[in-house]
Design a protein around this ligand. Structure first.
Ligand code: GDP
Ligand code: GDP
Length: 455
């Protein structure tokens, strides 16, 4: 047809079609200027290295596809920012922590002309706790003269240092072979397919809304650092928490525990953490400060959850500070700012007094139930038949699109595909989503509807 589906606000993506399987992820970490980007460009086989030579230039964290010996993997360059000198150690440690959370293997890059600094030692310490394979690359080894310095890197305890020159390519084939040896064939921990164990919760929200207070309230010091339960292994950065008679796995809570808390305060890391926690979780608890007006930052966090397709519970904390005026103002804010997530449920609590904290678990269960829910094809098609008969799709270009068939190929979140004879306007798809929710519920979960045009 030569039409751009995006122009019509249509998601032409077909969840039923054969897709490339997800590829395992290698995260590259290291201090600024050690040569990460140059090495990444080499690993992904890009000839002209796009490297910024200006110190202090910030590059965004990016993911590249790589192919070596017929195997596909993804390289994530986590570097790029330049924190001030005092924050460097914490920053690189946070970067390593993030890499561990999100990748299948981690590559620590050290500049062989400089050797291992205190920063690399701090990063190595974090990575030693990792349950993922960790590789060590000594880069800028353009010739043999540096090999003695490379051997010194054994002391980091991360195994054999691999000498490589990102600039000239020396040693990069060996490094790639090694990377493929340690990367699993398929990515670990595919959230979308589940995998048993306690359900994973992201406790998120902008600074000072009371995340640490809530975690301490529900976990208690000892419980929050329990690592094992009934045969499940849990990352040390997670906390197992008992709520309402059930164990939940709060992911990425290391930064919320007291000691670590003020070490890393920069907004950039806060947002990386939030993103990593959402990705690792099935349901997100977004905390808002009920005593203050809703801000753009609050909305941004909520959008991140929606876009990632996770179940969502909105928690208004500090309810002990809310008076009648504030309550009314909040009602207006909800109507104005939360239109996009009208499907999300709210619970009002006080982490300080403990009020209503016990109500959180039932909301999470309900949201997860929606997130897992599947409607049978038969029920779906008789439903769509009735809805369309009463409200047919608007005519486009003189033709009325027909909906031939509907199915729900996926859950987590529920995803519906409509097979049609023509494009459906975004407005009509929103109408269908509204009706789906009216008739089948799905409180607490985003849902996706995509349209597939049959010619
Ligand atoms: P990043 O900040 O860790 O991503 O580092 P870059 O990849 O931007 O490299 C920092 C500087 O080191 C640049 O000036 C590069 O040209 C230089 N560099 C990177 N890799 C090599 C290498 O293998 N050999 C030499 N001699 N210089 C390199
Ligand atoms: P985080 O940055 O989101 O982890 O927030 P914190 O847990 O550190 O809390 C920030 C501040 O809000 C602290 O001074 C807490 O004592 C206070 N706080 C947290 N929860 C409540 C609450 O329910 N009521 C009141 N009044 N204060 C709270």
């Amino acid at each position: 047809l030569g039409l751009d589906p995006d122009e019509f606000g249509i998601d032409a993506d077909d969840p039923g079609a054969a897709e490339l399987p997800p590829a395992p992820v290698l995260a590259v970490v290291g201090r600024p200027n050690v040569g990460k980007s140059t090495l990444v460009n080499r690993l992904i086989g890009r000839r002209e290295a796009v490297v910024q030579d200006v110190p202090g230039v910030t590059r965004d964290r990016v993911a590249y596809d790589a192919l070596w010996n017929g195997r596909r993997f993804v390289v994530v360059d986590t570097g790029g920012w330049e924190p001030d000198a005092t924050g460097l150690q914490a920053a690189v440690a946070a970067q390593a922590e993030y890499a561990m959370r999100t990748a299948d293997a981690v590559l620590l890059v050290v500049d062989a002309t400089v050797g291992a600094t205190a920063t690399e030692e701090a990063a190595a310490k974090v990575l030693l706790r990792s349950q993922r394979p960790v590789l060590l690359a000594a880069t800028k080894v353009d010739d043999d003269r540096l090999l003695a310095d490379v051997a010194d890197l054994w002391r980091l305890g991360l195994g054999e240092p691999h000498p490589v020159s990102g600039l000239h390519g020396r040693g990069s084939g060996d490094l790639l072979d090694k990377i493929l040896q340690v990367l699993p064939e398929t990515p670990r921990d595919d959230v979308g397919t589940g995998g048993g164990g306690p359900r994973r919760v992201a406790l998120i929200g902008k600074p000072n809304v009371g995340k640490s207070s809530l975690l301490n309230r529900v976990a208690g010091e000892e419980r929050s650092v329990v690592h094992d339960v009934a045969g499940t292994t849990v990352d040390p950065v997670d906390s197992l928490v008992e709520l309402d008679g059930e164990i939940w796995r709060f992911v990425d809570t290391a930064g919320l525990r007291k000691r670590v808390k003020n070490a890393i305060g920069m907004e950039y890391y806060a947002s990386l953490r939030t993103q990593a926690a959402i990705e690792a979780a099935e349901v997100a608890l977004v905390l808002l400060d009920a005593s203050q007006p809703v801000t753009e930052q609050d909305q941004r966090v909520i959008s991140m959850v929606e876009e990632a397709g996770r179940a969502l519970v909105i928690v208004f904390n500090k309810w002990d500070l809310v008076d009648e005026d504030r309550r009314l103002a909040m009602k207006r804010e909800l109507e104005r700012d939360f239109v996009r997530v009208r499907w999300a449920e709210h619970v009002n609590i006080s982490a300080l007094t403990g009020r209503s904290v016990h109500k959180i678990a039932p909301y999470m269960r309900r949201a997860l139930e929606s997130w897992d829910k599947r409607i049978s094809t038969g029920v779906l098609n008789s439903w769509i038949g009735e809805v369309v008969a009463a409200n047919p799709p608007p005519v486009r270009g003189g033709k009325q699109p027909k909906i031939l068939f509907a199915t729900q190929p996926r859950t987590r979140p529920p995803t519906f595909v409509l097979f049609t004879t023509g494009f459906l306007e975004a407005g009509y798809r929103r109408f269908l989503e509204r009706r789906l929710r009216e008739d089948f519920g799905f409180p607490g979960s985003p849902i996706r509807i995509s349209v597939r045009v049959r010619e």
